[in-house]
Design a protein around this ligand. Structure first.
Ligand SMILES: Nc1ncnc2c1ncn2[C@@H]1O[C@H](COP(=O)(O)OP(=O)(O)OP(=O)(O)O)[C@@H](O)[C@H]1O
Length: 943
C-alpha cells in the first residue's frame, strides 16, 4: 500500500503540494488578520506607535493586511482569500500535478494584470476611504499616469481589458464560457454548476488520477464523466494485477507523447462471480486505456451507459458510447478547448479475433483536425490493439495456471456466430385484380354455441394472487413522517389507522380539535413534496370515521383484474337490474353500481387515463349479467377501434356507430323512442319501465296480451294493433363525446339533455365518456342532468372541478385510478379500475355472437332530414322514389308485397318503404291492401 502511494508521488509533487499548503495556511492567517483589522494598530502606513496590537493575528498580520490595503486599496480585501482558496483548489482538483513553469508564469502574470486592472477600476470608480486610496498605491499610480494620456473613458476601458485578460490568463477559464454559464445559471438551465465545471479541460486532461483507482460514486457524479461503471470487469483471483507504478509510467509517458485527451473509462467490479473463481474488476487499464487519461468534461450532459455485467450480452450487442471529442492540449494556462466539445464515438464491438472487445475511436466530422492528430490517433489505436493482444495472452496463461480456462473462454471468446445470410430483397406479389388480403379480413373466431345460459367467468383469465409488498416497518415510518411533516406545516395530527390497498395506502389521521381538514387539503402539494411522493390525495371525509385520509401511492402497484372483481359475491349475487363493476376501492373491496339507479354516467379524464378500459369494464359486467332481451346497447365510437369489438353481439340495436352524423340520428331516435315509451306508460297507467314490464308479465300470465294502445293503421302492415311486449333497457354509450359535440354541438347538447332529463323512467341510460373535460364539452346543461360522474386522472384542478365540482382528480395516479361521485352525494370514492386484456373482451363478445344474432333497427341511423330530403327529391322528380325501379324489380320477381321485407331488403325506414309501396300501388304494380294483403298485378318484363 505504502509502496503504491510512494510510487504515485514524485519529489516535484511533494514540493509543490507542500508549497501550496504553506500558502493556504498563510492565507488563513491573513484572513484572521483581515477580520480583526484595526486602522489604529501600528502598521506599515501608521506613523504613531501603539504599544498593544488589537489585531488577533498580531503585529505581523496587522502589518501585512495594512500593506495590502495601502498597495491595492479595496482589492486588498480579497487577497487573503485568494491566498487561502487558490492553493486548496489547486490541490483538490489535482491541477498541481499538471503545473509547469510556463503555466505557472502565465498564471502569475495573469494575476498581476488582473490586480492592475482591478485596482485601476476601483481607483476610477470609487472615492477614497479615510485611511488609504480606493485603488491603493498601485491603482492610484496607474490612473495618475494614464488619465492624462487616455482620458477617464480610455482608462476605464483599459482597466476592464486588463482585468479580463488577467482573469483569463490567471484562471485558464474562458470568459465567454463563464458568461454563458452564468446566463444558464440565471435562467436555471444549469441546475448544478460545480466549481469543477469551470475548470479548463486542458488541466483535467493531464490529471494523473490513476485509472485503476475505483472512483467513488460521489466523484463520478461530480466529474460528470461518462459513467461506465457497470462495465463488467473480471479479474481472476490469483492473477497479479498490474501495479500502479507501471500504469503511472505508461500513463504519463503517453500523455506526454500524445498531448491528447482521451475519455476516461472507469472500471468497476463485476457483481456476479462463479462458484470457483472470483471475478473481480476487469482491469480496464489492461485495455490500454491506462495509457491515457481518458477524463473528459463537457457541458453537454452525457448519457449514462449501462452495460450488463454479462459478457455474453456484451458480445452480442455492440455498444456505442457517444463521448465528447479529445481536445488538443496546449501547454498553456489558457484553454478554450472545452467551449465547443466535439464528439468521437467509442464503440465496444465484436472483434473477429479472440479479443473480448476493442475500443475504437473515430473522429466526428467536427474533429477533422490536422493530419498530425490523425497519425497520433492511428498510432494509438495500433498500440491499443497490440497491448490488448498481449494482455489476453497473459490472461490466458494465468487462467490456465488457475484451471479457469472455461471462465476465460466465456469472458474473452467472441462467440463465433454464423454469418448472417445476406438479407434478400423481399419479393412482393403484385396486387393483380384483387385487393383482398388475408390480413385485411376481420379475425373471425368461430365459437361453438355455448351451453350455459349466460357467459361464464371462465372466459376471463385467471391471475395469481398478488401480495402487498409494503412492510409494517415502512408503514410505521411513513406514518411518523406524515405526522412530522404536518407538524412542520403547523397542523397537529396523529395517524390512527392505515389501510393498504392495491394501488394506494391511506393513512387516516385524527386532527387536533379545531383544525380544519381544508388546511391539510390546501397544503397537499407541499406535503407530497416534503414526503417525496409524486402526488398525494387528501380525503377530507372518510364515511363513518372522524378522520381525514392521506392517500399515498404504493411503491409496487397491483393490477385489479376484472375477473377478481366479478368473481365476488357482491357481483355474482347482486340483484341490481343493470350491475356494473368499476373496480376495487382503497381497501380492496369490489365496487359494483347499478346503472338503473345511477341513472346516467359521465366519464372524463385526460388521454391515456383509462377511460376506454373503464367503459369496457362496465359493458362486460352487463354482458355477464343481462340478457339481450333485457338490455340493448347503442354504441357510439368516434375512435372507431374502441368499441367495434362488440359489433354483432345480440345486445346491439344497431351496429357500432362510428359516423358522427349518424350518431346524432341515433340520439334523435332515442329521444323519439323515449317519447313513444312515455306514451305507452301513460296508457298503461304506470310510472316507469319496471311497472310497465310487470303489467306485461301479468297480462302474459293471464293469457291476455295487451294491444298496443298507440298503434295507428298504417304504422305497420298489421291490420290489428300488435300486442305489447316487455321493454328492454337501452344503454347509450358514447366513447368520445367531444367529437360528437364538434359535429353538431347545440343539437347534441339538447338531445343529451332531453334524454338525461327524462329517459331514466323509461329505461334509457346514457354513459358519456370524454377526454376533454372542458366546459364547452361538459356544459352546465349536460352536467346538471348527470349527477353520477367518474373522473380519471386529469391535468389540472380546473378539469377536476369541471367533472366533479371539486378537486382531487388531478392527484390520481392514472391507469384506471378514478374518483366516483355517486348520485345524490358529494363524497368521492376512490376506485382502482378493473383491467382486462383485449383478448378477454373478444372472448366474451364471441361468446355472445355464438349465442344469438342481433336484430338491428335500421331506422336508428336514418335521419328525419334524410327522409325529408328524399321526400322532396321524390316529389320534384315526378313522385317516384330513387329506389322505385329496384323495388319494382324485387316485388315483381319475388312476389313479396310486405313493407317490412322492403325495409329489410333495401335497408330503409318504415316511412320510406310505405311510401314506395303507395307509389307501386299508384302505378298499378301492386293492388290496394285487402285484408291486410296486396297482390302483385304486373308481370315480369312489363316494367
Ligand atoms: N385499470 C387499469 N389497470 C391497469 N392499467 C390500466 C387500467 N386502465 C388503463 N390502463 C392502462 O392505461 C392505458 C390507457 O388506457 P385507455 O386506453 O383506457 O385510456 P383512455 O383514457 O381511453 O385513453 P384515450 O382517451 O387516449 O383513448 C391502457 O392501455 C392500459 O395499459
Amino acid at each position: 500500500m505504502i509502496e503504491q502511494i510512494k510510487a504515485r508521488f514524485t519529489p516535484k509533487q511533494y514540493f509543490v503540494e507542500l508549497l501550496f499548503g504553506v500558502v493556504a495556511l498563510l492565507g488563513l492567517y491573513l484572513i484572521i488578520a483581515w477580520s480583526s483589522y484595526s486602522p489604529i494598530d501600528s502598521t506599515w502606513s501608521v506613523s504613531s506607535y501603539q504599544p498593544e496590537t488589537i489585531n488577533k493575528a498580531g503585529f505581523l498580520g496587522a502589518w501585512l493586511v495594512d500593506l495590502f490595503f495601502a498597495l491595492f486599496g479595496y482589492i486588498g480585501n480579497i487577497i487573503p482569500f485568494v491566498l487561502f482558496i487558490a492553493p486548496i483548489y489547486f490541490i483538490r482538483t489535482k491541477l498541481v500535478d499538471s503545473l509547469t513553469w510556463t503555466r505557472f508564469s502565465l498564471r502569475m502574470m495573469g494575476f498581476v494584470l488582473m490586480l492592475c486592472g482591478l485596482t485601476m477600476l476601483t481607483a476610477l470608480l470609487f472615492s477614497d476611504p479615510v485611511y488609504y486610496l480606493s485603488g491603493g498605491v498601485l491603482g492610484g499610480m496607474l490612473t495618475a499616469w494614464l488619465l492624462p494620456v487616455l482620458g477617464k473613458f480610455g482608462a476605464l476601458l483599459l482597466a476592464i481589458a486588463l482585468s479580463s485578460v488577467g482573469f483569463v490568463l490567471c484562471s485558464g477559464a474562458s470568459l465567454i464560457l463563464l458568461l454563458v454559464k452564468f446566463y444558464h445559471w440565471l435562467t436555471i438551465k444549469n441546475e448544478e454548476p460545480t466549481t469543477e465545471n469551470s475548470t479548463p479541460v486542458a488541466e483535467h486532461n493531464v490529471q494523473s488520477t490513476p485509472i485503476t483507482a475505483e472512483p467513488s460514486a460521489k466523484e463520478t457524479r461530480k466529474n460528470d464523466f461518462v459513467d461506465v461503471t457497470h462495465f463488467a470487469k473480471p479479474e481472476i483471483k490469483g492473477l497479479t494485477p498490474k501495479t500502479e507504478t507501471q500504469e503511472q509510467v505508461v500513463e504519463s509517458s503517453v500523455v506526454e507523447e500524445t498531448q491528447e485527451v482521451m475519455p476516461q473509462i472507469i472500471p468497476t467490479t463485476i457483481s456476479q462471480a462463479t462458484p470457483h473463481v472470483q471475478i473481480e474488476s476487469v482491469d480496464v487499464s489492461d485495455f490500454d486505456q491506462t495509457q491515457f487519461d481518458f477524463q473528459l468534461k463537457s457541458d453537454t450532459p452525457l448519457p449514462t451507459v449501462t452495460i450488463h455485467d454479462d459478457y455474453s450480452s456484451l458480445m452480442e450487442k455492440p455498444v456505442e458510447l457517444e463521448l465528447p471529442t479529445p481536445v488538443v492540449k496546449e501547454e498553456s494556462a489558457v484553454d478554450f478547448g472545452q467551449d465547443f466539445p466535439t464528439m468521437p464515438t467509442i464503440s465496444l464491438a465484436e472483434n473477429e479475433s479472440k479479443t473480448a472487445f476493442t475500443v475504437s475511436l473515430s473522429d466526428s466530422p467536427a474533429v477533422a483536425h490536422k493530419d498530425e492528430d490523425d497519425e497520433h490517433f492511428y498510432a494509438l489505436q495500433k498500440q491499443f490493439e497490440e497491448r490488448e493482444a498481449q494482455r489476453l495472452a497473459e490472461m490466458e496463461q494465468r487462467a490456465k495456471a488457475l484451471d479457469a480456462e472455461d471462465l476465460f473462454q466465456n469472458i474473452t471468446t467472441v462467440s463465433e456466430r454464423e454469418e448472417q445470410p445476406e438479407k434478400q430483397a423481399p419479393v412482393y406479389k403484385p396486387y393483380e385484380n384483387s385487393l383482398i388480403h388475408p390480413l385485411l379480413q376481420p379475425t373471425q373466431t368461430h365459437t361453438a354455441k355455448p351451453t350455459t345460459p349466460m357467459p361464464t367467468l371462465d372466459l376471463l383469465d385467471q391471475h395469481s394472487a398478488q401480495t402487498h409488498e409494503i412492510t409494517e416497518a415502512e408503514i410505521i415510518e411513513t406514518s411518523r413522517h406524515i405526522s412530522q411533516k404536518l407538524r412542520d406545516f403547523g397542523v397537529k395530527a396523529e395517524v390512527e389507522d392505515v389501510l393498504v390497498g392495491p394501488v394506494v395506502t391511506r393513512y387516516e389521521l385524527a386532527l387536533q380539535p379545531g383544525v380544519k381538514a381544508s388546511k391539510v387539503t390546501g397544503i397537499d402539494r407541499d406535503l407530497a413534496r416534503a414526503l417525496s411522493f409524486n402526488s398525494i390525495r387528501v380525503a377530507e371525509v372518510i364515511p363513518g370515521k372522524p378522520y381525514i385520509g392521506i392517500e399515498v401511492p404504493n411503491k409496487h402497484r397491483q393490477t385489479v383484474w376484472l375477473r377478481d372483481v366479478l368473481n365476488t359475491p357482491v357481483f355474482l349475487q347482486s340483484k341490481y337490474l343493470l350491475p356494473m363493476a368499476l373496480g376495487k376501492d382503497i381497501s380492496g373491496e369490489p365496487i359494483i353500481i347499478d346503472l338503473a339507479k345511477t341513472p346516467h354516467l359521465l366519464v372524463a379524464g385526460s388521454t391515456g387515463s383509462g377511460k376506454s378500459v373503464g367503459v369496457n369494464t362496465m359493458i362486460l359486467s352487463l354482458l355477464f349479467k343481462v340478457k339481450p332481451s333485457e338490455v340493448k346497447f347503442i354504441m357510439i365510437d368516434p375512435k372507431v377501434v374502441e368499441l367495434s369489438i362488440y359489433n354483432d353481439i345480440p345486445h346491439l340495436l344497431t351496429p357500432v356507430v362510428t359516423d358522427m352524423k349518424k350518431a346524432a340520428n341515433a340520439l334523435r331516435w332515442c329521444v323519439e323512442e323515449m317519447e313513444r315509451r312515455y306514451q305507452l306508460l301513460s296508457k298503461l297507467f304506470v310510472r316507469n319501465i319496471e311497472g310497465y314490464n310487470e303489467k306485461i308479465a301479468q297480462a302474459e300470465e293471464m293469457g291476455l296480451p295487451i294491444p298496443n294502445p298507440i298503434w295507428k293503421p298504417g304504422d305497420s302492415m298489421d291490420t290489428m294493433p300488435p300486442a305489447l311486449e316487455k321493454m328492454s333497457y337501452i344503454v347509450v354509450i358514447v366513447d368520445e363525446f367531444a367529437d360528437l359535440m364538434m359535429v353538431a354541438g347545440k343539437q347534441i347538447e339538447e338531445l343529451i339533455a332531453r334524454l338525461t332529463q327524462k329517459a331514466r323512467a323509461v329505461g334509457i341510460h346514457v354513459i358519456l365518456a370524454t377526454q376533454r373535460p372542458s366546459v364547452d364539452v361538459i356544459t352546465g346543461l349536460i352536467k346538471s342532468n348527470i349527477p353520477s360522474r367518474i373522473a380519471f386522472t386529469v391535468v389540472q384542478r380546473n378539469d377536476s372541478r369541471t367533472i366533479l365540482d371539486q378537486n382531487g382528480a388531478e392527484a390520481l395516479l392514472g391507469r384506471g385510478d378514478m374518483l366516483y361521485l355517486g348520485n345524490g352525494t358529494t363524497d368521492l370514492v376512490r376506485i382502482h379500475g378493473a383491467f382486462m386484456s383485449d383478448d378477454e373482451v373478444r372472448r366474451i363478445a364471441d361468446d355472445w355472437r355464438a349465442r344469438e344474432k342481433p336484430e338491428y333497427i335500421d331506422a336508428i341511423l336514418e335521419s328525419v332530414d334524410d327522409n325529408d330530403e328524399e321526400a322532396k327529391g321524390a316529389s320534384s322528380d315526378g313522385d317516384l322514389d330513387e329506389l322505385f325501379d329496384e323495388v319494382t324489380e324485387f316485388v315483381v320477381s319475388t312476389g313479396t308485397t310486405s313493407t317490412s321485407s322492403i325495409q329489410r331488403r333495401f335497408r330503409v325506414g318504415f316511412n320510406r318503404a310505405a311510401r314506395i309501396m303507395d307509389q307501386l300501388e299508384e302505378q298499378g304494380i301492386i293492388s290496394a291492401m285487402q285484408n291486410g294483403k296486396r297482390e302483385v298485378l304486373a308481370r315480369r318484363g312489363e316494367y
